[in-house]
Design a protein around this ligand. Structure first.
Ligand code: ZN
Length: 480
């Protein structure tokens, strides 16, 4: 999320950070530093390099399909590997997070993107008790300098893993460390049919008619119940299972309910009240707010899924009926929170966000960093060259100060501010604590915004910046 307009203004900038920055009524030591930005840029450079390698393959999907398609398929496989990794049991002999736990680059890339959706990441780590949520808590702070130290500084290739590191990943996930750069048309994965819950082992990643798992028109006829299912149905399985879990007495907070929308603070009571309201219509028909005492919660979940046609749009309509019982469902004019609630259950996997789409969108930010020359090996190695990163950190603090002064306006960062912002989000506990203290809320980072909205919001940001600091918002970020 950023805007590229640049004015031809450039003044020499200090190469060291000041000891403190003002945000709102307070002062803070820098929330991110130049070393962290450099480490982050090295990771971005490595991801960019990985994408290039995937797209340069001379066999498999890269050769038969388009280069973009090859990357989409790779990202789908990386997301699948990420979920396998985060759902695995990580019993270890030592506490803490060390080098042996750093996963391969493809999985790192997905973890990186997930953290850049700070509210979703945090809520997913808190909203129910599971191995997945526990592991998300362990992964809440990406050790950026450690991660960067595992990437070769000149070639940007990942270093060969230590035997212990490779073993940890392979043992916990059952997956090979090295992910193939190409995908062949004959390769399959195994997924549960959301309708009958039998495992299907002949699901192809790619097919000629574009109905492979990694393709936009995915559908698969179940090898057991013979009904066709989609990724949307897989997402809805997660929803109906959560309903059943809750009815059976497990503490579950649904996506988009646990954090107060204005502040991002956890509020269990408000979440409960909200759910009781939006489930009103569904409760009338399916008694979903009542405890379930039967023997087969999975069957009960399937019934609810069938009733909702395994379609998150229908779920969304029914949530609206709970709050607007007398109006006809209008899909063009939905309540944004209810829309986000339903969309959170529209994708397979455990995250309340489409991580494939998010990784692909993150790729455009990385390309912009590439175009600026900021991911180039050695670009900021000399202290005298580090001024743009110092300025990026300084302007990020000013951006937070602007947010603190206008508590509900949506501001759009420039590229340089966005780099520091992303870097801070990768330390997600620190980010949440610091923004809550200094800005008064825990700002989300939405990279999926209409260009026209973005453009208007950019103009608003530039005006507010000029009014508060007396200088132009846009700067020239020189490429060399
Ligand atoms: Zn089935």
């Amino acid at each position: 999320m950023q805007h590229q307009e640049q004015a031809p203004v450039y003044t020499p900038y200090p190469t060291e950070l000041p000891p403190a920055f003002p945000i709102g009524f307070r002062q803070t030591a820098p929330l991110v530093n130049v070393t962290e930005l450099q480490a982050h840029l090295r990771l971005l450079g490595a991801i960019s390099r990985l994408k290039f390698d995937v797209q340069s393959q001379r066999s498999g999907i890269a050769a038969r399909g388009t280069k973009d398609m090859a990357w989409v398929v790779f990202v789908n496989r990386a997301v699948f590997r990420f979920f396998t990794w985060v759902s695995a049991s990580w019993q270890r002999s030592r506490p803490g997070f060390d080098e042996t736990m750093i996963p391969p680059l493809d999985v790192l890339m997905v973890w990186h993107t997930y953290l850049l959706n700070p509210r979703t990441y945090f809520e997913d780590s808190q909203r129910m008790e599971s191995v997945y949520a526990t592991n998300l808590c362990t992964l809440a702070e990406m050790p950026l300098t450690l991660v960067a130290s595992l990437i070769q500084g000149q070639t940007l290739d990942p270093l060969s893993p230590s035997a212990e590191r490779q073993h940890f990943f392979e043992r916990t996930t059952g997956l090979p460390w090295y992910m193939p750069l190409t995908t062949d048309y004959s390769e399959c994965l195994a997924v549960f049919c959301p309708l009958c819950q039998v495992i299907n082992s002949r699901v192809r990643w790619v097919t000629d008619d574009e109905t492979g798992y990694a393709q936009a028109k995915f559908k698969h006829r179940c090898e057991s119940c013979c009904k066709e299912f989609t990724k949307g149905a897989m997402g809805m399985r997660r929803f109906v299972d959560e309903v059943s879990l809750q009815r059976s007495g497990t503490k579950v907070f649904f996506s988009e309910t646990l954090l107060e929308p204005p502040t991002g603070k956890v509020n269990e009571k408000a979440a409960q009240t909200f759910v009781e309201k939006v489930f009103k219509a569904l409760h009338k028909d399916y008694k979903i707010l009542k405890p379930f005492k039967g023997e087969n919660p999975a069957e009960e979940a399937t019934k609810l899924g069938d009733a909702l046609a395994w379609d998150f749009e229908i779920l969304c309509d029914r949530l609206h009926e709970g709050v607007r019982p007398t109006t006809v469902p209008d899909r063009k004019n939905r309540n944004p929170r209810l829309q986000r609630f339903a969309v959170a259950y529209s994708n397979p996997g455990m995250a309340s966000i489409d991580l494939v789409g998010a990784v692909l969108r993150q790729g455009s930010f990385i390309s912009k960093m590439d175009e600026l020359g900021w991911t180039r090996p050695g670009r900021f190695d000399l202290i005298a060259e580090s001024a743009p990163l110092v300025r990026s950190v300084a302007r990020y603090h000013a951006f937070l100060d602007l947010m603190a002064a206008h508590n509900s306006t949506f501001f759009v960062p420039t590229l340089d501010i966005d780099l520091a912002w992303h870097t801070h989000q990768l330390k997600s506990v620190h980010y949440r604590t610091a923004t809550t203290l200094f800005v008064g809320r825990f700002p989300n980072h939405d990279d999926n915004i209409e260009p026209s909205t973005l453009s208007t919001a950019y103009d608003i940001t530039a005006k507010a910046w000029k009014a508060r600091f007396g200088v132009a918002y846009s700067i020239r970020v020189e490429n060399r």
